[in-house]
Ligand binder design. Structure first.
Ligand SMILES: Nc1ncnc2c1ncn2[C@@H]1O[C@H](COP(=O)(O)OP(=O)(O)OP(=O)(O)O)[C@@H](O)[C@H]1O
Ligand SMILES: [Mg+2]
Length: 289
């Protein structure tokens, strides 16, 4: 007789905010208005991450945006967190995602900067994932350290693709929302210009800078000032980087979207830079003021 053992046995907490199909429900983290839980999905028979969104008073709109997020099925890349399912529970839209066991890049960076070569190699993988997104004529629009999840080997997964859809495009059209997450917005997102793949390249340039320096390039208590600072001055590229990498960072964060390289070019240039001998980097990089 064959005995089938379940891979994961968990009980359902009595006050679980998740639909009944999910067992367990450890809170992994929170975003603005969102919660992400680790759970066992009895339908898909695997461990997943379930992200709950704020309740929307219009249930039909919720259903539509969840369906739109599922349409992102056509994205399939090992550097993208896959969306497995979605729905509506007690008026809250939710997404079922691939679980990435590890920590977000923002959590990792709160412990200090990454060494230069692994940082460049990690961002090269994110650029490759973005190249896939852009090749499907889609734009992520919310590239930032909390949306880059690192697995137990430090490999990155870009998450929250399509979250702009679930937020009803609010990030891009509502000024209050824009100022809620201003740190990685491209200049054209602030001034209402046309948005294309170049907004992701700009954000990725800032993510690389932050990974190297350990601090946000445009930050401060006053979100409005922090947001507008990028219109006044370009990001400060750390000294001690190989010249080609420093130049790549400058063009990735160029004020003019058309001057930024494509994700494919970034992937190639970053992969090359990650293979440079350590002597090419003045390690550790000098601290910036
Ligand atoms: N698929 C996942 N696997 C494992 N952990 C995840 C997953 N998705 C999110 N998390 C964790 O949950 C945290 C909160 O994610 P969430 O997307 O709700 O907030 P955020 O990224 O800070 O903001 P935003 O809503 O703007 O994306 C993340 O920082 C991460 O630690
Ligand atoms: Mg997120």
């Amino acid at each position: 007789m064959v005995t089938v053992t379940r891979p994961y046995v968990a009980f359902r907490p009595p006050n679980s905010p998740l639909p009944v199909r999910f067992r367990g429900g450890e809170l992994l983290g929170r975003g603005p208005g969102t919660e992400v839980y680790r759970a066992y999905d009895q339908e898909l028979r695997r461990e997943v991450a379930v992200k709950l969104f704020p309740a929307d008073p219009d249930p039909i709109a919720c259903r539509r945006v969840a369906d739109e997020a599922l349409a992102l099925d056509r994205l399939n890349h090992r550097g993208l967190v896959s969306v497995l399912d979605g729905g509506l529970h007690r008026s809250r839209p939710y997404l079922v995602m691939q679980l990435v066991p590890g920590q977000s890049l923002s959590a990792r960076l709160s412990a200090g900067p990454l060494p230069a070569r692994p940082a460049v190699a990690m961002v090269a993988l994110v650029a490759d994932a973005l190249a896939h997104v852009h090749s499907r004529a889609l734009v992520h629009r919310d590239v930032k350290p909390s949306n880059i999840l690192l697995d137990q080997y430090g490999l990155p997964y870009l998450s929250d693709f399509g979250i702009a859809l679930l937020s009803g495009q609010a990030r891009l059209t509502d000024v209050g929302e824009v100022l809620g997450t201003p740190a990685y917005l491209a200049p054209e997102q602030l001034v209402g210009g046309p948005l294309g793949p170049a907004v992701d390249i700009y954000a990725l340039g800032l993510v690389l800078l932050e990974s190297l320096s350990g601090r946000r390039e445009y930050d401060g208590a006053n979100k409005m000032q922090a947001a507008l600072a990028r219109l006044d001055r370009p990001p400060r590229v750390p000294e001690g980087l190989p010249g080609q990498l420093a130049e790549l960072l400058r063009v990735m964060t160029h004020r003019v979207p058309g001057r930024r390289p494509t994700a494919v070019i970034c992937t190639q240039a970053l992969a090359r830079a990650s293979r440079l001998p350590s002597a090419a980097y003045q390690l550790p990089l000098p601290r910036q003021g």
